[in-house]
Write a protein that binds this ligand. Structure first.
Ligand SMILES: [Zn+2]
Length: 349
């Protein structure tokens, strides 16, 4: 273990620690990070390396049957499922049948776009329980002051995955040559996502939302997620009927359209409740096209996670991101929306 290998984790913890001081001043409860480890204690990355999961395929899932309707030549995305076998007995928010039901629904939802979903595997195995619950990213330090829109702000101040999240992915995601092009559906008990919000006046606060699914999108984690983990999507609640049909399709949408919660006239935000589009919180399943549809269909079809299967079985991949996959990455050309920033607090503060 060299100093170079240790220092990023230590720096991250130092950042988290100084942030904790700020958060305590701001009265945000329950900072989950432990205090600085004592000298000589193994850093988290060392412990993670010893806990890589020995995955095995679930016998009861017929992958070939799931893929029976795939057509060569059509745009396709590859999806692998990791479902830990030893989750806590009290956790019943995600079951394997629900995952498969939601994945089948995703196939239906994407069918009108001409994009098909190919299931690679459904695997199970024992995961180190300390990975069951994670915080997705470091607490955001700089709220958007309203001079640039949320995508521009995210490029300047991207989400940074926590060491705990990276340790979990290191244990879970098997290294394959196409890992950076594969969508990994990972079932975890809890993934907390921190974000900033105006509290009152000119004061912001940091909140953490307990996610039912989190897509870890590249428009948010711009250049901060190791490439081999950029396809990870976590699933933590498929129990409610209004969740399980759309959840996987919606989370895949964040990844492959590379957009937040937005639809036609609705500019993106963290939590937008309305019906219509797949990318809002509501009942909608539409993936609209054209400028009026915010280019969702066009962006989907350009995704680096998609390929065309040749007659010889070779995969012809879409072009990869050129600027780490921010919303305005040059691969999208004109298929972007330039919208104004919204002032987060009233003038005259
Ligand atoms: Zn979402």
């Amino acid at each position: 273990m060299t100093m170079q290998e240790r220092s990023p984790g230590l720096r991250a913890r130092a950042r988290a620690w100084s942030m904790m001081t700020l958060l305590l001043l701001g009265c945000v409860p329950d900072e989950p990070d432990p205090p600085e480890p004592a000298e000589g204690r193994s850093p988290p990355s060392t412990r993670a390396a010893a806990a890589t999961v020995a995955w095995s395929e679930v016998d009861s899932i017929d992958v070939d049957a799931f893929n029976a309707d795939l057509e060569p030549g059509a745009l396709t995305m590859d999806v692998g499922v990791y479902f830990p076998s030893n989750l806590d007995p009290g956790f019943d928010l995600v079951t394997l049948p629900r995952v498969m039901e939601s994945l089948r629904a995703a196939k239906e939802i994407y069918a009108p776009t001409g994009v098909q979903i190919r299931l690679l595997w459904v695997k199970t195995g024992e995961l180190d329980p300390r990975h069951f619950a994670i915080r997705s990213s470091e607490f955001p330090g700089v709220p958007n002051g309203g001079y640039v829109n949320m995508y521009e702000h995210a490029r300047r101040h991207p989400s940074i995955p926590t060491q705990g999240a990276l340790d979990a992915f290191e244990a879970i995601i098997e290294p394959t040559p196409e890992a950076h092009r594969t969508l990994f559906l990972v079932v975890l008990q809890d993934v907390f996502y921190p974000f900033t919000e105006v509290a009152e006046g000119r004061n912001w606060t940091v909140k953490s939302v307990r996610t039912g699914g989190l897509s870890w999108p590249t428009y948010s984690y711009v250049g901060t997620m190791p490439e081999r983990f950029r396809g990870v999507i976590t699933l933590s609640n498929l129990k409610r009927p209004d969740r399980y049909r759309r959840t996987i399709a919606h989370e895949i949408g964040h990844k492959v359209m590379n957009v937040s919660h937005e639809y036609r006239e609705t500019h993106p935000g963290h939590e937008v409740y309305a019906d219509g589009g797949l990318m809002l919180y509501g009942d909608g399943e539409e993936i609209p096209s054209g400028e009026a549809g915010r280019w969702h269909l066009e962006r989907l079809r350009l995704s680096p996670f998609l390929y065309r299967l040749g007659a010889d079985g070779a995969r012809e991949w879409n072009a990869d991101y050129r600027e780490e996959g921010h919303y305005y990455d040059p691969i999208y050309g004109e298929y972007v929306v330039h919208f104004d920033a919204a002032p987060p607090i009233p003038e005259g503060w």
